[in-house]
Write a protein of this length. Structure first.
Lengths: 577, 88
């Protein structure tokens, strides 16, 4: 669908970006120490840090991706919400306090605290960079994708705008400004999603009888876009979709419910009938055609598992293992993401780390409950773009008012800013503190450490912009899944065994991080999903049985660590368990 | 189990044990839910409470349980870390 650029959205976004950059310059006006740059002096209040956790964690994939998946496929999108939140339990109960006690600036500090090994620092710094870059790409591509329809600017401009803004934020005041940007973004996101949800509930459910004629979008070999055989224009475009076909029988002839409570909303939707649309692609000499067709479904069928993860209903073992593997990676991945872990160094002690995680869980949990209502609200809003699941949340807002649309779009951009600044910060620490200072052994005074971190941040910002432009046509949801799988496979076994198995050796840690990272990356590159959607090959050509590697590569990391630790000499500080 | 405690204090060591116990409770809840999704989706389609189905109720329940357990953990840690808690 074609979108008109919104001057209000541009104004809101521009004022937000200028305000946070101004704030960053103000926060960075004084000279900085290394502790200030990398860890905000360890003086961030636990409540601020908790909301900043939400700002760091709730990426564009969480906001736009989950809402879109629920809007088009029903309950299965909510499974992502459940998995993303469950990961915080590992972070709080297993990782938070030890990582705070062991580390200083980076995740490598914590893993290396007992060994002082260059090998550990090198392997963990590389895994931090790999995970951060895989996480960065979808954020940058997402920024470009959003800016095109909403602000009427080219994709590359969106990527560069976000890249420059984030690099400025990180370089001016490091972790201090990053924290405040994430705090502001986290608060705005949860607050406005709450506002949007209350508007959905007060609007209730309304029967909407839109046209059910199939629609065809064609991209001709010379790049022109046709809709139902005619050139696409604002007046001749795909119709918005996603409607409620019928309310429960007890409503008789009534076509609207009026305001509803949250549980009442879900319950009535379950007894209603809903029209969802799906597209089927085909290619011939006249171009690539996607035919969008409607299907009327019972609400009860959309609100049970199996709408997106087809394997849940086919009964094939490989499909079930694929789903189990994804849910395991989501559970284990959160506590292994370097940009989340470094946030533990910004508070003063273990108790503050714990309290800030609880605040983070409350904010993130509330947000994920809201995503269910946003997704279902979009599903029946009659405003969905059949070509883009990612636009579900902004278009839902548009079904209420243009101003809300502008506001939600601007918040979607700030979502990218908050997460990208955390990732650049994590990468900057890995390059400057772990690689340059500790692995290469280049001695640096405090000022030089800060300068090196800032240079690394600028470098990473440029890399992020280049990758965002290069991967423009890449399916972004893959990359977030990749990042979680790689983080969980490379980092979690080492982190957990270091804390809970006294016979862990430095060789075991290096082997687990390296094997976990390479095995998960290799598995993903050989998976059926990648064969089909990235290489354009047949799914059957893939040599691995299912696409998500976590179920195999996370246990593999543990096994490698145990075997290598047993084969190498135990460290003398080992104590009886 | 590795001792992550701060020297001279029993607090964090005991806090870690409490955290571990709560962690396993959540592991059972989470993977129990995943097992139902995988093997008995029919149970999740049922509506034992009349209103929302068990899939939505248990999803919302898992989010609520995460928050509840984390608050229990925070309160328990405060108790074991208080001077009285250390002497117990």
């Amino acid at each position: 669908m074609l979108y008109e650029s919104s001057p209000v959205a541009i104004a809101i976004f521009a004022s937000f970006v200028l305000a946070v950059i101004g704030l960053s310059f103000w926060l960075g006006r004084k000279g900085q120490s290394a502790k200030g740059y990398y860890a905000a002096h360890g003086e961030i209040h636990w409540f601020i840090n908790g909301i900043a956790f939400a700002g760091d964690y709730l990426s564009a994939a969480s906001f736009l991706g989950i809402c879109g998946m629920i809007a088009f496929h029903g309950f299965d999108g909510f499974l992502y919400s459940i998995g993303f939140l469950a990961g915080w339990i590992v972070a709080l109960f297993v990782i938070a306090e030890p990582i705070k006690s062991l580390g200083k600036f980076t995740f490598a500090d914590a893993l290396d605290a007992k060994y002082n090994s260059r090998g550990i620092k090198l392997s963990v710094a590389i895994s931090t960079l790999v995970v951060s870059i895989f996480y960065l790409i979808p954020q940058m591509v997402g920024a470009g994708d959003l800016i095109m329809p909403l602000l009427g600017l080219p994709h590359a401009v969106g990527v560069i705008l976000v890249g420059v803004a984030v690099t400025l934020i990180v370089v001016t005041a490091g972790m201090v400004s990053t924290t405040w940007v994430q705090f502001i973004k986290g608060s705005l996101l949860v607050f406005f999603c709450g506002v949007l949800t209350s508007m959905i509930l007060s609007r209730g459910l309304t029967v909407n009888t839109g046209s059910l004629e199939p629609q065809t979008r064609t991209v001709t070999p010379d790049g022109r876009v046709l809709v139902d055989g005619e050139p696409q224009t604002r007046n001749h475009d795909l119709r918005p979709v996603g409607t409620l076909a019928a309310l429960p029988e007890r409503y008789g002839d009534a076509t609207t419910t009026g305001p509803l409570g949250p549980l009442e909303y879900l319950s009535i939707l379950e007894d209603s009938r809903i029209v969802t649309w799906s597209g089927k692609k085909s290619t011939d000499s006249s171009g690539t055609h996607t035919v969008y067709t409607p299907t009327e479904k019972a609400g009860a069928d959309l609100l049970k598992p199996g709408g997106y993860f087809k394997g849940l209903t086919t009964g094939k073992l490989a499909d079930k293992l694929d789903f189990a593997s994804l849910m395991l990676a989501l559970f284990c991945g959160t506590a292994s993401l370097p940009h989340i872990l470094i946030r533990y160094y910004t508070v003063k002690d273990a108790a503050a780390a714990r309290k800030s995680t609880v605040v983070g869980i409350a904010a993130i949990g509330a947000f994920y409950v809201l995503t269910l209502f946003l997704g279902l609200g979009a599903m029946t809003s009659g405003a969905l773009d059949p070509t883009s699941t990612n636009m579900a949340a902004p278009l839902l807002a548009k079904s209420f008012s243009e101003t809300l649309f502008a506001l939600i779009s601007a918040i979607a951009f700030t979502t990218v800013l908050g997460t990208v600044s955390g990732l650049i910060m994590a990468g900057s620490g890995a390059v400057a503190h772990d690689l340059v200072e500790n692995v290469l052994g280049i001695p640096m005074n405090d000022d030089e450490k800060v300068r090196c971190g800032k240079i690394a941040a600028v470098g990473l910002g440029i890399v992020a912009m280049a990758l965002g432009i290069l991967f423009r046509n890449f399916n972004v949801s893959f990359l977030v899944g990749w990042a979680f799988n790689i983080a969980a496979s490379a980092n979690l076994p080492a982190l957990v065994m270091l804390l809970f198995w006294p016979r862990t050796t430095k060789e075991g840690i290096i082997a687990a991080v390296t094997v976990g990272m390479l095995a998960s990356l290799g598995w993903i590159l050989l998976s059926a999903d990648t064969f089909e959607k990235v290489y354009g090959l047949s799914r059957d050509a893939s040599p691995v049985p299912f696409s998500q590697p976590g179920l195999v590569t996370i246990p593999l990391g543990f096994i490698v660590l145990i075997v290598v630790s047993l084969l190498t000499k135990a460290q003398p500080q080992g104590r009886p368990a | 189990m590795a001792d992550n405690s701060v020297p001279g204090s029993e607090g964090p060591g005991r806090a870690a044990r409490i955290g571990f116990g709560l962690f396993w409770i959540y592991v059972i809840l989470y993977f129990g839910f995943i097992a139902l999704v995988l093997f008995r989706p029919d149970i999740l389609s049922s509506r034992p409470f009349g209103g929302v189905n068990l899939a939505i109720a248990s999803g919302l329940g898992l989010i609520a349980a995460a928050l509840l357990l984390s608050v229990v953990y925070m309160v328990a840690c405060r108790m074991v870390e208080s001077p009285g808690g250390n002497r117990r």
